[in-house]
Design a protein around this ligand. Sequence first.
Ligand code: SF4
Length: 288
Amino acid sequence: MPSSSPVQLGFAGMPERLFVCTPSKLGAYVDCPRRYRYSYVDRPTPQKGPPWAHNSLGASVHTALKNWYALPHERRAPGALPTLLKATWVREGYRDVDQERAAYQRAIGWLEGYVATLDPDDDPLGVERVIATKTSVLAFNGRADRIDARRGADGPEAVIVDYKTGRSGLDADDARGSQALALYAYAAQRVFRRPCRRVELHHLPTGTVAAHEHTEESLNRQVTRAEDTARDIVAAEKAVAAGADPDAEFPTNPGAICGWCDFRRTCPAGAEAPAKEPWSAVESHLAT
Ligand code: SF4
């Protein structure tokens, strides 16, 4: 169960403040405490590397889908997609105009295939909707790509949908293991006052859906894990404030992610990782 005991008391009997977080903030620490520190603790923020083309591509596709749902039902047709995608296309990070154009064409193909699977008369509970909830440790908020209203065996339910545009496909284990999806489901149950157990990853390049049905227990387990992460972060931040070595409290966690890390040039471990070009991931995508 997520922590439901009375809040811990801090100095002078004051309650500890809730840890304000998003899924990406928690995920940054789990992936690499040093990356968390560069992103959320060190001020000024160390200089980041240049923007990534794959992030531009992902953001462009997400926004096009958001705006597709903002259209009146009768205009939600594949013919609307080029205008939507062009209107909010993010240009940063591509190698050149030719690559950017090829990525745009690929994205249109993904979107056409994807909207063909959608009911244009469907109005989700939320599209890019910020949902927030609190536990005795966390003040959680996050922006879910989509929250569907569906009919389950026991009546109306909410379903968390997350769009993915990366190269590799995803499976049910990815949906089951995603802390972000579980936290969205946990929050959506409270915000919409209906069950939300199902979480889905919609992989646009392959048109596949990876899904998992959580139980109350598995959602609570993920929230407890998130609370444990929050406690670790707060302990490290307090130690640094009390004079501990920030490098020791927020250690590096070098690995494959370093090549894609925004702080690779700042981080001593990252400097040893092979550099990726901002367009490397898109280049691989277009080669498949
Ligand atoms: S380069 Fe690697 S070790 Fe350094 S902060 Fe980034 S992910 Fe962590």
